[in-house]
Ligand binder design. Structure first.
Ligand code: F0G
Length: 456
């Protein structure tokens, strides 16, 4: 058997990308106030800002787009997607939303109140923000290994059940439900094991708490379970997915990830307890419950995409992509979250810039350096994203300084990855030239999206 795992698709439609010069990039980054979110995408050569909504749709999805039923109420496209979701999740209630954070907002508004506490392995930034804006405390309780980039563990996304139990014992009255994020994006795209999901579900059940999953990357998580949890070595991805969902009482999803679409999301729930409130908020802010802010054609594309995400050869190639870049970084002596996760590689900026103070935001600085060196755009997952400026002007910092390179699905080929590996190695060679930044303007929530910075 040849050892190269090839991209399991061929290209039918191409989109040119554009190289810029270093001096152009210096000018462009300065104009973006040293914040890569503010660059024009056209000025980026390899765009690994996110795997969210950026992937390539298949010819089958494009064909399904033509089947879209744009009726305001009761569209055929809604029922088609509902059938796919009922089969996969086993849950009775479903509403579409325009993306993941809308699902979060709608569900949390229905299920939480001020003073509540929600445990999760790690809350994604929008999940955290949507809870905090309601006055809810979002607690990250990932296992200790999950916060140590260099520690190898097959399921670094697992939640620490001892800590959850302690929370339920001492403050259980304030916990409306328990959450888990598969895969654990903020902690390195790391998977959660079926054993952990089962045990967490059982624990929550003992305390009569519903179990809500954030399932953005459920298919990638299922593939990790198949590869790493011996019990599932012979189980199909579909059956693993079904078992994962069988333990949950509900889920929120950004379909822009494993839904393989450019826009979309949903809420599924097993019981109708929150459904009236969900529908009411949905109608107020998203749209009628059978379209939820989506076009019928996009619901069709999602119905096809959710099935395509379960294909094993696709998932094998998908996970191998991150692993391959990891191997290249390893040989260049660059630290990253190990083992590599499903959708991204997370460079540990502290291994490239060991002497830069966190107050100069090393991961942000590295992100800027990757753009300047090779036109590559990643995203900082460090103290700009998760730090906070306090009233007295001081800051709290995040425990990790990571640069995430997230891979759009079915979009970049191996030579793009080879190029990136060379650029990253080059940046490490010139690390002493990399400058930190200070934030000169910021928003109270999710400041990384819009902050302005200047060089230290
Ligand atoms: N939950 C997780 C685990 C996510 O990764 C995201 C989005 C969301 C919820 C929110 O979904 O963007 O559709 O509103 N993650 C993207 C990312 C933005 O780049 O990781 P959304």
């Amino acid at each position: 058997m040849p050892k190269t795992l090839i991209e399991p698709f061929r290209i039918k439609s191409v989109e040119p990308i554009r190289m810029t010069t270093r001096s152009e990039r210096e000018r462009l980054l300065a104009a973006a106030n040293l914040n890569v979110f503010k660059l024009h995408a056209e000025d980026v050569l390899i765009d690994w800002l996110t795997d969210s909504g950026t992937g390539a749709m298949s010819s089958k999805q494009w064909a399904a787009i033509m089947e879209g039923d744009e009726s305001y109420a009761g569209a055929r496209s809604f029922y088609r997607l509902e059938a796919v979701l009922k089969e996969l999740t086993g849950m009775r209630y479903f509403v579409p939303t325009h993306q993941g954070r809308a699902a979060e907002k709608v569900l949390f508004t229905a299920a939480c109140k001020k003073g509540d506490i929600v445990p999760n392995n790690c809350h994604f930034d929008t999940t955290r923000a949507n809870l905090e804006v309601l006055g809810v405390e979002a607690l990250d309780m990932v296992i200790a290994e999950g916060t140590q980039p260099a520690t190898i563990h097959p399921f670094k996304g697992n939640i620490d059940l001892g800590r959850v139990q302690m929370l339920l014992e001492t403050k259980g009255d304030h916990v409306p439900f328990g959450m888990i994020t598969v895969t654990n994006n903020t902690g390195g795209g790391q998977p959660v094991s079926m054993a952990n999901i089962r045990a967490y579900a059982a624990l929550l059940k003992r305390y009569h708490k519903p179990f809500i999953m954030d399932v953005c990357r459920f298919a990638e998580n299922a593939m990790f379970i198949k590869l790493r949890e011996p019990e599932f070595a012979q189980t199909s991805i579909r059956d693993i997915v079904k078992e994962m969902f069988s333990y949950a009482d509900g889920a929120t999803m950004s379909a822009k990830k494993d839904g393989m679409v450019n826009i979309g999301g949903f809420i599924v729930l097993r019981s109708d307890e929150w459904m009236d409130a969900v529908r009411n908020t949905l109608i107020l802010t998203e749209g009628f419950p059978t379209y939820g802010g989506m076009a019928g054609r996009d619901l069709e594309a999602m119905a096809v995409g959710l099935e395509e995400a379960l294909q094993e050869d696709y998932l094998r190639y998908r996970l191998r992509t991150a692993e391959y870049l990891g191997e290249r970084l390893e040989s260049a002596g660059i630290g990253f979250v190990k083992p590599t996760g499903g959708h991204a590689v997370y460079i540990d900026a502290k291994t490239v810039l060991p002497n830069m103070p966190v107050a100069h935001y090393p991961a942000w600085a590295l992100c800027n350096a990757l753009y300047l060196e090779g036109g590559i755009r990643g995203v900082e997952i460090g103290s700009v994203m998760f730090g906070k400026r306090l009233a007295d002007g001081t800051e709290t910092f995040h425990n990790m300084e990571l640069v995430r390179l997230a891979f759009p699905r079915r979009m970049y080929t191996q030579s793009h990855f080879d190029y990136a590996a060379e650029v990253i190695a080059e940046v490490k060679e010139k690390a002493n030239e990399i400058r930190g930044v200070r934030i000169v303007k910021q928003a109270p929530y999710l400041r990384h999206f819009s902050c302005d910075c200047e060089w230290v």
